[in-house]
Write a protein that binds this ligand. Structure first.
Ligand code: AMP
Length: 297
């Protein structure tokens, strides 16, 4: 992780203040070594994870809790296709054949998204997918002096992902997705809204999925190597297990504070307010435990 030397002083100070507020909400002792390492930089995060690793869920949580913009290459392509843009029409040809969209097209799509960003913090998912794309992205970001400063690799055991896929059922006409383990339909095998039968997606079978996982592994390996200096691999079986680890990284490295702990308009953070009201020890729901920080690649 690079140390920023030229960021505005006030932002560094703000990062440290945020961090210190966060520490006050922690139930466990924190070591000095866990001081924020990079409080002066806004977040420029790349999220990497195999299909079924919960990348979408984590992106949504980061976006919501840290006011970060989320750029998903798949979503951007689908938006272009829906708008029938020139890029979208060309990309649709590749996507409909299950192929990757060319680097030239991807560069146009992602550059366009980055140019439109109006959020200081952002996260990318789905791009770059290849080492060539990583180099293109590096060049693009270096030109605007905003290189990626964190890559999070979500590591979920293959058997857990396969189990999840086997439990997944879809109502094809509406696209509603159910999972027998954590989001079952009210009536077994039937859509909650229409009562129509649920189906398996053609590619939700273990053999097809194993191939997708293997493809992802071989494509991702060079990316992980390319970004090894800013890479953190987080392990867990569920998104709920991994998300607190992500928060810990963002707080530790960037001095960012999850929204629920930010000061409200009265200048008091809600945890502190509750503490003052009840005069009891603050209870911090779903709070990440502080452990020794550092990349665990
Ligand atoms: P996703 O929603 O990320 O699964 O992406 C859907 C499809 O969009 C992929 O199967 C590819 O055809 C295309 N796509 C998304 N991101 C990229 C990328 N970085 N490079 C090439 N093609 C991509």
């Amino acid at each position: 992780m690079q140390t920023a030397t030229c960021g505005p002083y006030f932002r560094r100070l703000n990062g440290l203040l945020n961090f210190s507020r966060y520490l006050h909400t922690q139930k466990h002792a924190v070591h000095v070594a866990e001081c924020p390492r990079n409080a002066a930089q806004p977040l420029r995060l790349l999220l990497i994870g195999s299909p079924g690793s919960g990348k979408g869920t984590q992106s949504e949580r980061i976006q919501k809790n840290f006011s970060a913009a989320h750029i998903s290459s798949g979503d951007s392509l689908r938006k272009n296709i829906a708008e029938k843009s020139e890029v979208g029409l060309a990309a649709a040809l590749a996507m409909n054949n299950g192929k990757l969209v060319s680097d030239d097209l991807m560069t146009i799509v992602i550059k366009n998204e980055l140019d439109q960003l109006n959020s200081e913090n952002w996260l990318l998912d789905g791009f770059p997918r290849t080492i060539d794309q990583a180099r293109i992205l590096d060049q693009m970001l270096n030109k605007s002096f905003q290189p990626l400063n964190l890559v999070i690799n979500l590591s979920v055991p293959e058997e857990v992902i396969l189990g999840r896929i086997m439990d997944r059922w879809v109502h094809i006409p509406s696209g509603r997705v159910y999972n027998l383990s954590y989001n079952p339909p009210k009536v077994t095998g039937r859509d909650d809204v229409t009562g129509e039968p649920l189906s398996k997606r053609a590619d939700d079978n273990p053999d097809t999925f194993k191939v997708r996982l293997e493809n992802h592994r071989s494509m991702t390996k060079p990316l992980l190597e390319h970004y090894k200096d800013i890479l953190v691999t987080l392990h867990g079986n569920t998104s709920d297990e991994i998300y607190p680890q992500i928060e810990r990284e963002l707080v530790n490295r960037f001095g960012m504070l999850p929204r629920r702990l930010e000061r409200n308009s009265s200048g008091i953070n809600p945890i502190a307010r509750r503490f003052r009201k009840s005069r009891a020890a603050p209870q911090v729901p779903e709070e990440p435990h502080f452990m020794t920080a550092g990349a665990n690649v």
